[in-house]
Ligand binder design. Structure first.
Ligand SMILES: *Cc1c(COP(=O)(O)O)cnc(C)c1O
Length: 391
């Protein structure tokens, strides 16, 4: 279907394989294993001589449907689903790197990703150098003879810094280095890293792909030569996506485009309002002309996305007053939900790093992050204004 139909069509139609009951909605195959007609068939399935399902740690029809649909949306040959976003990153690295290899990564990656690279993989001989997301020459300077992977996430969380995917791919590919992009914030609706030269995309499907805060999931997306080793790792190591979660995510993908477009439009409106607010010092949103990389963001993404960060005038007490004055916005670190969420990064997601490191990373005490959902913008503004006007 992928070469024949447009994105919104693929989002609702791709990956459907009907059972003998000819159901209209996607079937949910809640089964751990599959039975064979004969000993010979069992042997052929196990050896791979005959295609077909064996055991849900290897393949499952509902999981396959989700993989096929997501691959179509990313413009990829294949996708491999995982139990969570973190396990997609782990599986990618386990499949493609070995002890002695080196990674160059953005220093503004998702916290758990940095933790995994710096504190877990380092124990197994895979080392990482972290550099500024926006400084191409720093990525180039960090390359060593054993560098195997560039890992980036754009826009970054929470400051929405943009990595220039195409330029970093040119730098990496000149040295035979793979490029993986965490496309969680944009989703394929707003940004398709493979079209810009990336080799692999990872997703936390937990966020926008589900979009309604129900399940955890993840995926690695790319050409089969790059995803097959990931599938081989999952088969053996086991962090596969459950059929139930795959089914929820399939339904999430059906509304992904209209959610991303509506949530991004609301985010832009909210960002413009915040930028004009007398109690707001600064707004970080790639869709605003004031964003230092606005032009790059608008080339690379369809719009500014649905995450807006801003600094209140003042410090922690003023930021917390805004949080504690909200009646509508959910105080939670999650994002990608239809319900708008509000986070104070310095005391939550970035609370465990030292104050100096936080300051160096630009995470000030007055910074707040809003992951805009589907509520009326006027209601979101009134909720934030209650605390801001008390400052
Ligand atoms: C949440 C998140 C992850 C981790 O995903 P989980 O599904 O929570 O494991 C990875 N990258 C980014 C950018 C995220 O926001």
């Amino acid at each position: 279907m992928a070469d024949k139909y447009r994105l919104e069509t693929l989002a609702v139609r791709e990956g459907i394989e009907r059972s003998q009951f000819n159901e209209h909605s996607e079937a949910l195959y809640l089964t751990s294993s599959f039975v064979f007609d004969s000993a010979a068939q069992a042997a052929a399935r196990f050896s791979g001589e005959e295609e077909g399902n064996v055991y849900s740690r290897f393949t499952n029809p509902t999981v396959n449907a989700f993989q096929q649909r997501l691959a179509a949306l990313e413009g990829a040959e294949a996708a491999v689903a995982t139990a969570s976003g973190m396990s997609s990153i782990l599986a990618l690295i386990m499949a493609h790197l070995s002890a002695g290899d080196h990674i160059v990564a953005s220093n503004s990656l998702f916290g758990a990703t940095l933790q995994m690279l710096n504190n877990i993989l380092s124990r197994f001989g895979i080392t990482t150098t972290c550099v500024s997301q926006t400084d191409v020459s720093a990525w180039e300077a960090a390359i060593r003879p054993n560098t195997k992977l560039f890992f980036l996430e754009t826009p970054s969380n929470p400051l929405t810094e943009i990595a220039d995917i195409r330029t970093l791919c040119d730098v990496a590919h000149a040295r035979n280095i793979l490029v993986a992009v965490d496309n969680c914030f944009c989703t394929p609706i707003l940004q398709r890293p493979l079209d810009l030269g990336a080799d692999l995309v990872v997703h936390s499907a937990t966020k926008y792909l589900d979009g309604q805060g129900r399940v955890l999931g993840g995926a690695v997306v790319g050409a089969k030569t790059f995803t097959d080793p990931v599938l081989a790792f999952l088969r053996t190591a086991g962090p596969t996506l459950s059929a139930f979660n795959a089914w929820v995510l399939l339904k999430g993908l059906e509304t992904l485009q209209i959610r991303m477009e509506a949530q991004s439009a609301k985010a832009l409106q909210l960002a413009q309002w915040l930028e004009a607010h007398p109690k707001v010092a600064r707004v970080f949103y790639p869709g605003l002309p004031s964003h230092p990389q606005h032009a790059l963001a608008m080339r690379q993404q369809k719009n500014g996305g649905a995450i807006v960060s801003f600094e209140v005038k003042g410090a922690r007490p003023e930021a917390w007053r805004v949080v504690d004055s909200c009646e509508l916005l959910s105080i939670t670190a999650n994002l990608g939900d239809t319900k708008t969420t509000l986070t104070h990064p310095a005391s939550t997601t970035h609370g465990r790093i030292s104050a100096e490191a936080r300051a160096a990373a630009g995470i000030s005490e007055g910074l707040l992050r809003v992951a805009v959902g589907l509520e009326a913008v006027e209601d979101l503004q009134a909720d934030l204004d209650r605390g801001l006007s008390r400052n």
